[in-house]
Design a protein around this ligand. Structure first.
Ligand code: AMP
Length: 147
């Protein structure tokens, strides 16, 4: 297996994030790879801003909900030691945004949980399944036990 150079961790802010993040961090250390992290906002209404779908992390939006999501991503980014430029908060459909960002940023490994908020009863959640099907790079699904 060739060395990975850019690993993208997708976090859904579920209770599984810590385990999935730890695996991504271990892999990034092992391969001395750049580590990026993405969270896709699919559960809060998009406020009326001049932003596109990529939310700037260094500007106060004035929206409490959005700022809370940002703070969560920043906390995970800090734990991972991911550079500020490698933290992504994006509006949209998770499966689509994760795959698109991976292509744009030349990611060669995407790390997801086997299921998260959407797929507790499934072996492989719907986001994990779609990313696996549509990504143009390797995908590692970290097996998570239900509950
Ligand atoms: P799911 O297939 O939706 O049950 O979730 C499986 C995995 O996909 C999660 O453990 C995350 O790694 C990723 N994922 C799901 N939703 C999101 C999201 N909104 N933003 C980023 N990653 C996500």
């Amino acid at each position: 297996m060739s060395a990975y150079q850019h690993i993208l961790l997708a976090v859904d802010f579920s209770e599984h994030d810590d385990l999935v993040a730890q695996r991504a961090k271990d892999l990034a250390e092992k391969y001395r790879a750049k580590l990026s992290v993405i969270h896709v906002l699919d559960n809060i209404p998009m406020p009326d801003t001049t932003y596109g779908t990529v939310i700037p992390l260094d500007k106060d939006s004035g929206y409490e909900l959005l700022e809370a999501e940002k703070a969560r991503l920043m906390q995970i980014g800090d734990q991972l030691g991911a550079a500020q430029d490698n933290r992504w908060l994006v509006w949209g459909a998770p499966k689509q945004e994760i795959v698109q960002l991976a292509e744009r940023e030349q990611v060669d490994l995407i790390v997801v949980g086997s299921h998260g908020r959407h797929g507790l009863s499934l072996l492989l959640g719907s986001t994990a399944n779609s990313v696996l099907h549509y990504a143009g790079c390797d995908v590692m699904a970290i097996r998570l036990l239900n509950g």
